[in-house]
Design a protein. Structure first.
Length: 138
């Protein structure tokens, strides 16, 4: 069995953003030369997320609206912010959206269902953060 590791770095312009990182993950898979196995993609920061869904702007707007309605950015609401932080909501949003995804690798390609894409979700942006890609297999 072989493994391959790559980091992606992001510094979003907005506090909350969703970035389609599927092309970068597909490039890493090609670079790995692994044809059968698994690809893990995970956010390496506790206020960011990686998730799989459709690349549809209305859906992304719905996510942002739902998250803000249910987990608003209001520093006075969160006990976490008593430490001087202002990102308690971002921690909760990350928990809701998920830390990582695993995708099967079949015949050298990400084995997706219809419309599936991989996204980086940022909830406390405007600073440098990373995503880990770890591919294992043959």
């Amino acid at each position: 069995m072989r493994s391959y590791r790559k980091e992606l770095w992001f510094n979003t312009k907005q506090r909350v953003e969703f970035l389609n990182i599927t092309p970068e993950v597909e490039k890493a898979l090609g670079d790995s030369k692994i044809k059968e196995g698994f690809c893990l993609v995970n956010a390496m920061h506790i206020t960011a997320s990686v998730f799989i869904n459709d690349d549809e702007s209305g859906l992304h707007a719905d996510y942002k609206r739902w998250l803000e309605e249910h987990i608003p950015h209001n520093p006075k609401l969160y006990q976490h912010n008593r430490t001087g932080e202002t990102n308690g909501d971002a921690h909760l949003k990350r928990q809701f959206m998920g830390r990582d995804v695993v995708v099967a690798v079949t015949d050298g390609k990400l084995d997706f269902g219809p419309w599936e894409q991989i996204f980086y979700g940022e909830f406390d942006g405007r600073r440098r953060k990373r995503v880990l890609i770890k591919i294992i297999g043959e």
